[in-house]
Write a protein that binds this ligand. Structure first.
Ligand code: XBP
Ligand code: MG
Length: 250
């Protein structure tokens, strides 16, 4: 078992995108459409249990607003709102509103220097991923990733493992030779059901979720749970992957 590939989730893992990125973009889309909908931080935390923006919108309309629209009419509205939300999100990200989480750029650089393959497995929209990679890592950054699995490549959203299976097929690497990095329970379930070991770096939104299946839970990639003041290195990831045990939580 050799570590040959790192597969990154995007939202919450590469960057803490939800509260100040996706949520803000959803609200901008609601306002632009003349809707009085408003997702505050607490409500958005609840809505995050539903993976995927379009699915989240449908859930909100049905479960919170008790919408009686037909499925077809609701889908039309949701598609229009979601396209607008994506434009607002890309604009925010391109303007530099979101930063990578600690240690992400360093580990990506280290992985590239040591010849590991890189991939993305996310439920979000492809345009959002490309914009985030370019705004934070540079115009050529999407080309560093051998597989970018998004909502455009795979319809089934996490916790379904389909996006991880798609990425592993593309990489042509067995799950035992790759590691997933996630921030949420939905993501952890998707990765582990695809046979991957998974390192979890929760966000404030996901901090109370159950991560018992994770190889390790970290505050972030710049804080090694067992070595105070030390960052997490590729060797640490190799070590955790090979032992597949649960080191102490940060
Ligand atoms: C993230 C998501 C995404 C974003 C919104 O989950 O659920 O849907 O919240 O993006 P994960 P879209 O990090 O597990 O991939 O609106 O483009 O779907
Ligand atoms: Mg995530």
């Amino acid at each position: 078992m050799t570590l040959r590939a790192l597969i990154f989730d995007v939202d919450g893992t590469l960057a803490d995108t939800e509260r100040d990125g996706h949520r803000v973009a959803f609200n901008a889309a609601f306002a632009a459409a003349g809707l009085a909908w408003q997702w505050d931080e607490a409500l958005y935390g609840e809505l995050l249990q539903v993976a995927g923006g379009p699915e989240r919108l449908v859930h909100y309309a049905r479960a919170h607003l008790h919408s009686k629209e037909t499925d077809a009419r609701l889908q039309t509205l949701v598609q229009r709102l979601h396209a607008s939300k994506t434009r607002h999100y890309v604009e925010l990200v391109t303007a530099g509103a979101l930063k990578l989480r600690p240690g992400v750029a360093r580990l990506i650089a280290q992985a590239r220097a040591e010849g590991l393959r890189l991939a993305i497995a996310t439920t979000t929209t492809r345009d959002n991923v490309i914009a985030l990679l370019q705004a934070t890592l540079g115009a050529g950054a999407p080309g560093w990733f051998d597989a970018i699995g998004t909502a455009q490549e795979v319809a089934a959203k996490k916790p379904d493992p389909a996006v991880y299976q798609w990425v592993l097929d593309r990489l042509n690497v067995p799950a035992s030779d790759a590691l997933a990095l996630e921030d949420s329970r939905n993501g952890l379930i998707a990765a582990t059901q695809a046979g991957l070991g998974c390192v979890v770096t929760p966000t404030p939104y996901s901090a109370c979720e159950d991560f018992s299946e994770a190889i390790v839970r970290l505050t972030d990639l710049d804080h090694h749970p067992g070595k105070p003041g030390q960052p997490v290195t590729l060797d640490d990831l190799r070590d955790w992957q090979s032992r597949a045990v649960h080191p102490p939580s940060a």
